[in-house]
Design a protein around this ligand. Structure first.
Ligand code: ZN
Length: 143
């Protein structure tokens, strides 16, 4: 599955962009995420960086926690993350970023059919979480 972005997908990118614009703090909050739940609601999150790097939490995980905490939902229709540039970066564009490996695992765990918006050259495309995480680790024989 590879799709170009629909108007609904662009709306999600805009929600992630607004979230990080609103909460950006250099070195602390630099990535925003937005997801659309299976019921159609949009929730956002920003990353939690930390002095101890291993304590950092990605924006996608915060958005997922927000979905579960505020809405009691657990299915992800589509998710996207965007990165805000640092103050010393010449390019001031907030750009779509791919989910890290740990987030790919997390997204897959919550919705095996989730759509993920990822960068593609100068633009973006939608792929399935399964495409981003082939041969996922499992204690089961097959998934
Ligand atoms: Zn991540």
């Amino acid at each position: 599955m590879t799709e170009s972005l629909s108007a609904r997908d662009s709306e999600l990118v805009e929600a992630a962009t607004e979230a990080i614009k609103r909460r950006y703090r250099n070195d602390w909050q630099e990535v925003g995420a937005a997801l659309r739940t299976r019921s159609g609601a949009i929730v956002t999150g920003v990353n939690l960086d930390a002095y101890l790097g291993r304590m950092a939490v990605c924006a996608e995980a915060v958005a997922l926690g927000q979905m579960i905490t505020a809405l009691g939902e657990s299915g992800i229709e589509t998710i996207v993350a965007v990165r805000h540039p640092k103050p010393n970066e010449a390019d001031r564009t907030i750009r779509i970023v791919s989910p890290c490996g740990a987030c790919r695992e997390l997204i897959w765990d919550y919705d095996r059919n989730a759509r993920v918006i990822v960068p593609n050259g100068a633009g973006a495309i939608v792929v399935s979480i399964g495409e981003l995480l082939p041969k996922k680790y499992s204690r089961e024989r097959s998934l």
